[in-house]
Design a protein around this ligand. Sequence first.
Ligand code: 3PY
Ligand code: MG
Length: 250
Amino acid sequence: MNPMIAALSQGRPLIGLWQALANAYTAEICASAGYDWLLFDGEHAPNTLQTLLAQLQAVSAAPVEAVARPPIGEPTVIKQYLDLGFRTLLIPMMESAEQAARVVAATRYPPTGLRGVAGSTSRASRFGADTNYLSTAHEHLGLILQIESRAGLDAIEAIAAVEGVDALFIGPGDLAGALGHLGNPRHPDVQTTIDAAIKRTLAVGCPVGIFALDAEDARRRFAQGVTFASVGTDIGLLAGGARALRRAMD
Ligand code: 3PY
Ligand code: MG
């Protein structure tokens, strides 16, 4: 089983750090900091398959789950991420059970799904050294779908019920925009909507995670039953540290 999904099913809180610098060296630093998972962002960070590969290689020796977010939940992109060796994916902007089923199918080989077959040229199969890869790949995958729009909110139960969906993840940034509070995820309307989304996801027995706004927000969300939260970003740490040091010299 996928170790992150196994830990989530035991309800162990998993603390994550967002990786948006698109850089293997900084990813290696973050991988040594004790987080449970790192999110490599192909949606909003300037990543290519090559930069994602370098980051995955840089963290491979560390006891941290490398989660990747493709820019879109399309089969062509998903197979490239899986072939690189990412086994846990976070898919943005999920809005219906049909869409979720298509994403699940994109991660499974035929006859259950429609993932293309790279065979021994994929890093995921250790270049053919894992001779069972084609028949066992699905056992190691973790699939987390993002809820971050009104349509996504409406479909929480339906999306969570799709076989192969392991967890849902709330995106407060996009959700704030969708609810008319662009740039203000702390707005009370956004916060109460998130409270309800968490409750509804847990009520159908599905683990739920969130992009927490800060450590305090993460603690509050864990107390509500969220089992995985990113608590900051590499960019935030670098920018915050750089600005604070400069201010200290005023
Ligand atoms: C959001 O907040 O919209 C996300 O996708 C998490 O970064
Ligand atoms: Mg988003």
